[in-house]
Design a protein around this ligand. Structure first.
Ligand SMILES: [Zn+2]
Length: 530
């Protein structure tokens, strides 16, 4: 027995068992490399230029909770990459439909150690972008890490990289998607693992998957589905790339032109020195990939290392007392609202994710010791205002949501979230959910706090809050008080708010916003009929 084991070990060394990729996985990679044109053809690629179109949908900005995805953006792009330096430039024209129609024309440069954006790419601009003329900014660490990951996922050269680095690859279990089962190889880059699934018939890569965390749906899969293979200069490339979030298509990239080894001027790929010096290194560890990707889908991503605020413009989240026992959580891209009752607290909105929720819970505990958050009122289901609900539920808060949304939140709270870096996994299915049909008033011997469902064009079942003794109301997304001057006429969302206030029979003096700050209500109400 002993001699056999020794013999096997010797044979193993001779046969390069030192690599972690067993023959089956190596075979899959080798076969795929052959299928796209061979290692030599791939190695001949020095530069790659691609033009195409992108369409994006955002499932968690839907009108109805759990309903049809919102169409977010249609784009055209011109992409160039230099293989030796690992630098890529993408020139974009992005026509957003949501949250408002607008066009952003800008360029991104992504290198191994820095990222840069020339132009305006978001409504959520950093101080550096606002201060730069013309507008430009360095990418944050999370944005750079996300861009690098997604460029690698979609790269025609990923297979060659896998073939060259067998120590980072390992054979995976077969993966079933719908009715298809794919043999797969896991490929590690830093702390990320790509699961590359192969077509049994053609040998071509069919899907490239990562296991991500989504602030609404918890543990999710994120796949690119490769299709429409066309051969250019001896290389087969997927001209159709569809991205699926938990099996739902959220992005389609269509290639319209490809050119191999055209010359690229060095300055096209150069990040201006001042921006390069200010640029963050790619973030590692708990990068909120889905947040970074999907805030860009709707053109609202705040390109900041701190995720929910810009450290150069804000010292961080803070409480602002609007009235005794009424706190506005401000300082970030999204606000929240805390109301003190005699024995407990009511919080409106759980924005961004559980890191923000943990901050709010900590600040509330410090300000009002011994008073738990008994109710978390979610104004609406959108991921940027509800993504921190788990941390509140984990502390025993009852979730209060608008008409037609309770079943959605029951499914959300039942979803596993083992990849949540801000909250240990636990069972939240016993969380109490109150669905408000019309209004719900929380009252004790000190004050009354109301949650009123109003009709509006942003989200079905939208709630506004109201603290009657302070005459302060709270509204998210249909008005952002203080963020911009009032228009001359009521817009449909503002008209909905004015109608909602009337229907609720409340008389607010001021509104605090889920975005922006605080504004007087009278000037808004006075726009009615103009
Ligand atoms: Zn919204």
């Amino acid at each position: 027995m002993k001699r056999t084991a020794l013999l096997l070990a010797v044979m193993c060394v001779a046969a390069s068992c030192a690599t972690t990729l067993p023959p089956r996985g190596q075979d899959l990679v080798n076969r795929a490399v052959q299928a796209v044109g061979g290692a030599e053809a791939l190695a001949r690629v020095k530069t790659l230029s691609v033009k195409g179109t992108v369409r994006q949908w955002e499932p968690e900005q839907s009108m109805d909770a759990g309903g049809e995805m919102r169409f977010a953006c249609a784009s055209t792009f011109a992409f160039v990459t230099d293989v030796a330096s690992g630098a890529t430039r993408i020139d974009w024209v992005r026509n957003f439909q949501y949250p408002s129609p607008r066009t952003f024309t800008f360029s991104e440069i992504v290198t191994p150690d820095a990222g840069y954006v020339a132009g305006i790419d978001s409504n959520g601009r950093t101080k550096q972008s606002l201060d730069s003329n013309p507008p430009a900014h360095s990418m944050s660490g999370p944005r750079l890490a996300t861009s690098q990951r997604e460029l690698r996922r979609g790269s025609s050269l990923l297979l060659l990289e896998m073939q060259k680095n067998p120590d980072r690859a390992s054979a995976g279990a077969d993966v079933t998607v719908g009715s298809a089962t794919y043999p797969a190889v896991n490929y590690r880059v830093g702390d990320q693992t790509f699961t590359v699934m192969f077509d049994r018939v053609t040998g071509l890569p069919a899907r490239v998957r990562t296991l991500d965390y989504d602030n609404i749906w918890g543990d999710v899969t994120y796949d690119v589905v490769l299709a429409d293979w066309q051969t250019k200069d001896g290389l087969a490339m997927a001209f159709s790339r569809t991205y699926e979030l938990n099996g739902r298509p959220v992005m389609e990239i269509k290639t319209t032109d490809v050119a191999v080894n055209t010359s690229i001027a060095a300055e096209q790929l150069a990040i201006p020195p001042a921006f390069k010096a200010a640029a963050a290194k790619p973030a590692t560890g708990a990068v909120p990939y889905q947040w970074v990707i999907r805030r860009q889908f709707i053109g609202t991503y705040l390109d900041s290392d701190a995720v929910s605020y810009d450290p150069k413009a804000s010292s961080g989240l803070r409480l602002v007392e609007l009235a005794p026992g009424v706190q506005h959580v401000v300082g970030g891209s999204h606000n929240s609202f805390i109301v003190e009752m005699r024995e407990y607290l009511v919080v409106f909105d759980a924005p961004v994710g559980d890191a923000t929720a943990n901050w709010i819970l900590g600040a509330a505990r410090a300000k009002y010791p011994g008073k738990p958050v008994k109710y978390l009122v979610l104004t609406h289901h959108h991921m940027d205002h509800a993504g921190g609900l788990r941390a509140f539920a984990a502390q025993g808060a009852t979730i209060v949501t608008g008409k037609g949304t309770a079943a959605h939140f029951r499914r959300v709270l039942a979803a596993p979230f083992t990849r949540n870096s801000d909250l240990p996994a636990r069972d939240l299915t016993a969380t109490t959910i109150i669905e408000v049909t019309d209004k719900q008033v929380f009252s004790d011997r000190t004050r009354e706090v109301g949650a009123y469902v109003i009709d509006n064009p942003h989200s079905t079942g939208m709630i506004i809050g109201y603290v009657s003794d302070a005459r302060i109301a709270y509204v998210t997304d249909i008005w952002s008080p203080g963020a911009a001057p009032l228009p001359e006429k009521l817009t449909p969302p503002l008209a909905a708010l004015v109608a909602g206030v009337k229907k609720a029979g409340i008389s607010p003096a001021k509104f605090a916003g889920g975005h922006g700050s605080v504004g007087d209500y009278a000037p808004l109400a006075a726009l009615e009929g103009k």
